[in-house]
Design a protein. Structure first.
Length: 211
C-alpha cells in the first residue's frame, strides 16, 4: 500500500480531520485512483476503529472524531468518485421508532455504516412505521435499520416489520433491528431479518445485506 494511503488511514484513526482532507487532496493530485483512496485509505481507517470499538479498545468519543475525519475526507473525495461514476456501495434508511427519542446509538450505527461506504438516509427519532415505509419507497431502499432504547417502544419495531410484510416492499427490503433492550430472540419472534448487538457488528451485517 502506498505511504500516503497509510497516512490517511492513521490520521483518520487519530481523528485528525484537517490532515485527512489535505492528504486525500494530495493523493488525488498524485494520481491515485479515487476508489483506492476510499477503500485503502478512509474505509481501511474506519474499519480499524470499528474493530477496536468492538473490542472496547476505543469508545464513543474516539469513534465520533474518527467519523468526523472520515466525512471531511469524503467531502474532498466525492467529486472525484462521481466523475468516475462510482457511487455509494448501497443505501439504507435508519431511524429510532415512534415514541422513542434516543439517538446516540442510532447516530453511532449510522456513522459506522457510512464508514463502510453505505449512503445513509437518517429519519431521526420518533419515526412511525408509515414513515419508514414511505421513505423506503421514496428512496428505493433495500435495507431498513430501526432502533429502540426503551422496552416500552420495542413493540413499535414489530409494527415496522408488520407494515413492510403486508406491503409490496415485503420481498425487496431487509429489516435490521437493534438497541439496548433488543435481543436476537426478540428479532426471531417478530420476524425481523437481522439483529446486531453493537454498531460495529451492525455495519458488518449491513454490508452482507447490501452486497
Amino acid at each position: 500500500m502506498s505511504e500516503i494511503l497509510r497516512e490517511i488511514s492513521e490520521s483518520l484513526q487519530a481523528g485528525k480531520a484537517k490532515a485527512v482532507a489535505e492528504l486525500v487532496g494530495k493523493a488525488l493530485a498524485e494520481g491515485l485512483p479515487p476508489q483506492s483512496v476510499l477503500d485503502d485509505g478512509l474505509l481501511a481507517g474506519m474499519s480499524v476503529i470499528g474493530e477496536k470499538f468492538k473490542m472496547n479498545e476505543v469508545f464513543v468519543p474516539e469513534v465520533l472524531v474518527a467519523a468526523r475525519a472520515m466525512n471531511k475526507g469524503a467531502e474532498v473525495l466525492k467529486p472525484a468518485l462521481a466523475a468516475e461514476g462510482i457511487g455509494a456501495r448501497g443505501r439504507a434508511i435508519i431511524g429510532t421508532v415512534k415514541g422513542d427519542l434516543h439517538d446516540i446509538g442510532k447516530n453511532l450505527v449510522k456513522m459506522m455504516m457510512e464508514g463502510k461506504g453505505i449512503e445513509m438516509i437518517d429519519l431521526g427519532v420518533d419515526v412511525s412505521p408509515e414513515r419508514f415505509l414511505e421513505a423506503a419507497k421514496e428512496h428505493d431502499i433495500s435495507l431498513v435499520c430501526c432502533s429502540a432504547l426503551l422496552t416500552t417502544t420495542m413493540s413499535e419495531i414489530k409494527n415496522v416489520v408488520n407494515i413492510f410484510k403486508s406491503s409490496d416492499m415485503a420481498d425487496k427490503v431487509k429489516i435490521m433491528i437493534g438497541g439496548a433492550p433488543v435481543t436476537q430472540s426478540f428479532c426471531d419472534q417478530i420476524g425481523a431479518d437481522g439483529y446486531a448487538p453493537d454498531a460495529a457488528s451492525a455495519s458488518e451485517l449491513a454490508m452482507r445485506y447490501i452486497a
